[in-house]
Every structure is written in structure tokens, then in C-alpha cells.
Design a binder for this molecule. Structure first.
Ligand code: ADP
Length: 374
């Protein structure tokens, strides 16, 4: 059996030109050296020009050469009645599109079981740009979900772990109470009751802290112009008791006005200054708050600098995790949630918070960077 199929036959068929005109896929017909001989309307719509202009243009003008060079030998080896598909990026007149090409070889003359005489190739391309973009978006959502699931799991673990301690204490002291009640000795009962009350307080604080952090971000930010200098005066008044107890000095002047949620920003600075005073054993505690404008990132960079006990470089990231504490409750009271709240507030404002080295001096430097939204 002999099948005669000329390159020109395909072009002159009545049905084929009509099909090529209406199909939404790209169509390219090339000769055996991959020079374009014919393209369709869908191709021209994306690539511009006219069919005549594309006549005899090498395919590497359409397909990026380095990608094409990898596929060319594969396509050249294509057997009769087989196709090869490959995905590639193509620079169209609009964008860098993502196309899936199916390539089929054409033969001038085909003897079954005889010599093969290759005439050219047909490229049919499907534009996958939108599909790829939505696939990437889905992947990004999936990644986000995984991250937040992990955070949730870690949080659930830590929450249950930390809540167990006061619960265990309550159980132990209740048992002791029962034993002493049975023996009829009442001397230690009030002490045990005191421990039970402390543990209940501890649990309450933890539960309130967990609720506080879960509430953050549930409501939209109430953005307004916040005069940080004036806001810090307010914070200073709120921390008056601790400042007086430690005879500390708070230094801040000339701070800018930023666009932020006043309540949250006040809580942020209050937590940081409270820590700067708490984790401080200096005979002359000083907390300094400064600000600079970073042109490169168009943001305000605040520094909260203290001359306290400092933070080991290894722990400078961990301390922002919920319930992460570097000290026992007996040496420094606290729940380990303050800095987690700080990070959340800063992130809600699109900023960043980190601990900086204080070089040779003792103490800590917390840096808060907030974007300039004005
Ligand atoms: P809390 O103060 O309730 O323990 P935080 O989340 O505010 O919880 O702080 C976490 C830990 O980070 C603290 O336990 C403390 O060890 C350390 N830390 C925070 N601020 C400072 C600071 N200014 N100087 C030294 N250590 C600090």
C-alpha cells in the first residue's frame, strides 16, 4: 500500500484551512529543518504579524532556543504515527506564555515497511498560562495551609504542655489536702490552699493569653495616624508602677507619626518596654527608644534598647514563639506570650521584628520595622 501525502496537500485541503482558522490551539507547520511554513489565526493572535511574515522563519524565533535544543533530537527521532509533547515558555506580544506542544512528523511518501521520507512537522500548541497560574496559586494556598497547620499543631502541643503544669500542681496539692484532712492536722492546709490558688491563677493567665493571641487579627486593623511620641507618654503612665519600683529611666524624643492601629501599637511598645524593665538587673535601668527612616524599604525602624540581662544569640528567634521562656517563673514572672503577641501585631501591620546584637554593651535591642503607609 502506498500513501501519498504531500506537504502542500495538507495546505490545500478545504476542511483543514477552515479548521486551522477557527481552532483556539496554535498551529505551526514546518519543513524538515524546522522553518515555519504555515501558522494559524490563534498563533497570530498571540504572536502578532501576518502569516506571510512568519513564512520561512526558524522555529527558534518562537521557541526559546535552549529549551528547543533539548527537544529537537527527540522530535527528529520520532517514529511514524507517533507524537511528542513538551511544555515550554513562549514570549508572546502580551506575556511569557506557557504552552504545551504536541509535535507530529509528516512524511512525503510512506511505504509500509519501506523507506521513510520526512517532509516536515506539525506543531499544535495549547496555551496553559492561565491553568499554570491557577495551579501555582493553589500550590501557594496549600503551602500556606501546611504552614498554618504546623503552627497550629505546635501551638496545641505547647498550650497543652504548659497548661499541664498548673493542673498537675492543683492535683498534687488537693491530694495533700485530703491526706492532711484525714489525719486531722490543719497547720499546712492553708499553705496548700495557697499553692492551689496560685496554680489556678497561672492557668487563668495562660488561658487569657491564648485567647488574647487568637483574637488578634480577627478584626480589621483600625488604621490611623499615631504620634508615637505621644503614645509612649501614655505607655509610660501605664508602666508607672514598674518604673518607680526599679527607679528606671525611659528615654525617647523626636519620634515620628506612623499609620497604625493605635491600640495594637501601644500594646506592642508596652510589652517591649515592660520586658526591657523586667529582664534588667542594672542598678541604673535605662530603656531608650529611637527611630530612623529607612529609604530603601520605605519603612520606620524603631529600636527599643535596654541595659538588662541580654539574650543569647541562639535564643533570639525562639523567644518570639508562644510560651517560649528562657527563665523560670520564680526568677522572672510571666507567661511567655508577650513577644508572640508583639510579632503578631507587627506582622498584621506588614512589618518585621527581631533582636539585634548590642555589640560590646550588655542588654538587648529589639528592632521593629513598620512600613510607611502614608
Ligand atoms: P514573658 O516575659 O512573659 O516570659 P515574652 O514572650 O515577653 O514572655 O518573652 C519571652 C522570653 O524572652 C522571656 O521569658 C525572656 O527570657 C526573654 N526576653 C524578652 N525580652 C527580654 C529582654 N528585654 N531582655 C532579656 N530577655 C528578654
Amino acid at each position: 500500500m502506498i500513501i501519498n501525502l504531500q506537504l502542500t496537500d495538507l495546505q490545500s485541503e478545504y476542511a483543514v484551512p477552515n479548521l486551522l482558522k477557527t481552532m483556539t490551539n496554535w498551529f505551526m507547520l514546518t519543513d524538515e529543518d524546522f522553518s515555519i511554513k504555515q501558522v494559524n489565526a490563534a498563533f497570530l493572535k498571540s504572536m502578532g504579524g501576518t502569516a506571510k511574515l512568519w513564512q520561512d522563519v526558524p522555529i527558534t524565533e518562537v521557541l526559546s532556543p535552549e529549551h528547543w535544543n533539548r527537544y529537537k533530537p527527540v522530535i527528529k527521532r520520532l517514529a511514524i504515527n507517533t507524537t511528542e509533547s513538551y511544555e515550554t515558555r513562549v514570549q508572546t506580544t502580551r506575556d511569557l506564555a506557557y504552552l504545551l506542544f504536541v509535535v507530529t512528523p509528516l512524511y512525503k511518501r510512506l511505504w509500509v515497511g519501506g523507506r521513510r521520507n520526512r517532509a516536515g512537522y506539525v506543531f499544535v500548541g495549547t496555551d496553559l498560562t492561565q491553568y499554570k497560574a491557577s495551579q501555582e496559586r493553589m500550590q501557594a494556598y496549600a503551602n500556606d495551609l501546611e504552614v498554618s497547620n504546623e503552627a497550629l499543631e505546635r501551638f496545641a502541643y505547647i498550650a497543652s504542655h504548659d497548661l499541664k503544669e498548673p493542673i498537675r500542681n492543683i492535683g498534687n496539692f488537693a491530694q495533700l489536702l485530703r491526706r492532711h484532712l484525714a489525719k486531722g492536722s490543719e497547720a499546712e492546709l492553708s499553705e496548700y490552699l495557697g499553692f492551689i490558688e496560685d496554680s489556678v491563677d497561672g492557668m487563668n493567665q495562660l488561658v487569657e493569653a491564648v485567647m488574647a493571641i487568637s483574637r488578634l487579627g480577627q478584626e480589621a486593623l483600625d488604621l490611623q495616624e499615631v504620634d508615637v511620641q505621644a503614645m509612649l507618654q501614655d505607655v509610660q503612665e501605664r508602666l508607672e508602677k514598674r518604673i518607680a519600683e526599679t527607679d528606671a529611666r525611659l528615654i525617647y524624643k523626636g519620634l515620628p507619626t506612623v499609620t497604625a492601629d493605635l491600640q495594637l501599637l501601644r500594646q506592642l511598645f508596652q510589652n517591649l518596654i515592660d520586658n526591657a524593665l523586667k529582664y534588667n538587673q542594672s542598678s541604673d535601668p535605662v530603656v531608650e527608644i529611637s527611630a530612623e527612616y529607612v529609604e530603601q524599604t520605605r519603612s520606620f525602624r524603631f529600636r527599643i534598647i535596654d541595659n538588662g540581662i541580654g539574650i543569647e544569640p541562639n535564643y533570639r528567634e525562639q523567644i518570639f514563639e508562644m510560651f517560649k521562656r528562657l527563665h523560670s517563673r520564680s526568677s522572672y514572672p510571666g507567661t511567655g506570650i508577650g513577644l508572640a503577641i508583639c510579632r503578631r501585631i507587627v506582622e498584621l501591620h506588614g512589618g518585621q521584628i527581631w533582636v539585634e546584637d548590642r555589640k560590646e554593651q550588655t542588654g538587648s535591642v529589639f528592632v521593629v520595622e513598620l512600613p510607611d503607609n502614608s
